[in-house]
Design a protein around this ligand. Structure first.
Ligand code: CDT
Length: 347
């Protein structure tokens, strides 16, 4: 039986260093109204949606703190109007932001807000933090100081179900003994943030909980020669094409290998007229095909009707984990982070 819902990525274009959060929230609200006009039920906003991507700058404390949210995001006067509109329009949202917790730790965070319940159903804190702690010496290098400003996420990969999105979902308490409920309940979701999307372990943690849709926002530099490395010197245009290729590649391949839908949402455009971020927000099906993709490098809603039933083919056949995974052979994955090469040959 079809389990359809209409979803969207709300791509967000350039945000300058001095753009106030309230101005960004107004843009997000416009995107939500556009989503409502086309009957979208769930909108995914980018990583650190509310401000410029500040980890590219070496910042003093006062300016840095202004980029963070302190306390419950739903109580923030700047952001509250977004949650009010979400409730009014009946659209669930995923929102990325920089979080300062009461103990003073910084996290690169996103939340899932249920319009039906009027509350945050789940929080995720980014686990894979790219970049460096110290800025590069070269003045023209683009920095990514996430290791300086954030602590690795401490919430694991929490899969969860969201209510009110698909019709006829099987509920707890209505199930007969021995009846299988896989693929029949309310949708199972997972959230990642940007660099996490490049790590198959992150996707697999969710798919082992049956995730049917994985959502993530990203800020990916178009030309970050100091960070990406690479053997070939590239022009900024070539580097941007390559960054977009890799972004699609990881979304498509991991959606296929985990038999799940995915939504990626870009913060893109040229912040302050010079820091170029790739666009390419996309919705990808469980066979790895992109079904909708951004056509611009600015604010844009990318939407599609997705059928969660499409996950069953992969989950029950090619990637039926219970029958085919060989955990006795995977020990190394959980025992070492780095690489231990085989010994050198004698000749
Ligand atoms: N925001 C974020 O995680 N960006 C990274 C840039 C890579 S830094 C080498 C990304 O994986 O897209």
């Amino acid at each position: 039986m079809a389990r359809e819902l209409k979803v969207a990525a709300a791509q967000v274009g350039a945000i300058d260093r001095d753009t106030p959060k309230t101005a960004v929230v107004s843009r997000l609200i416009s995107l939500l109204h556009e989503a409502a006009d086309s009957k979208v039920q769930l909108v995914v906003f980018p990583e650190c949606t509310l401000t410029t991507f500040f980890p590219r700058h070496l910042l003093q404390a006062e300016e840095l703190e202004a980029f963070f949210e302190h306390g419950e995001i739903t109580d923030s006067p700047d952001v509250m109007p977004l949650f009010e509109v979400s409730r009014k329009l009946g659209i669930d949202i995923v929102l990325g932001y920089a979080e300062r917790n009461p103990e003073g730790a910084g996290y690169n965070t996103c939340i899932y807000f249920s319009a039906l319940e009027g509350r945050i159903l789940q929080k995720y804190r980014k686990i894979h933090l790219p970049g460096t702690k110290e800025p590069f010496k070269e003045p023209d290098a683009t920095n990514q100081l996430e290791k300086r400003y954030f602590t690795p996420g401490d919430l694991g990969f929490p899969a969860f179900r969201a209510p009110g999105l698909v019709s006829d979902a099987v509920k707890k308490g209505t199930v007969q003994a021995g009846e299988t409920t896989a693929g029949k309940g309310d949708p199972i979701f997972g959230m990642l943030i940007c660099n996490d999307r490049r790590w198959p372990e992150a996707w697999r943690m969710y798919s082992q909980k049956g995730a049917e849709l994985i959502m993530f926002g990203f800020n990916t530099g178009g030309h970050m020669a100091h960070l990406w490395g690479g053997r070939k010197a590239m022009t900024p245009e070539q580097a941007k094409t390559e960054a977009l290729f890799h972004s699609r590649l990881v979304q498509q391949s991991n959606s296929y290998m985990n038999a799940c839908w995915s939504i990626s949402s870009a913060r893109c455009g040229k912040d302050d007229g010079k820091y170029d971020l790739i666009a390419g927000s996309a919705i990808c099906d469980p066979e790895g095909h992109i079904v909708a993709e951004a056509q611009t490098e600015g604010d844009e809603l990318v939407s599609a009707v997705i059928d969660l039933e499409d996950c069953r083919q992969g989950k029950e056949k090619t990637f039926d984990f219970a029958r085919h995974r060989r955990i006795e052979a995977y020990g190394l994955i959980n025992q070492q982070a780095g690489v231990s090469e085989p010994e050198l040959l004698e000749k």
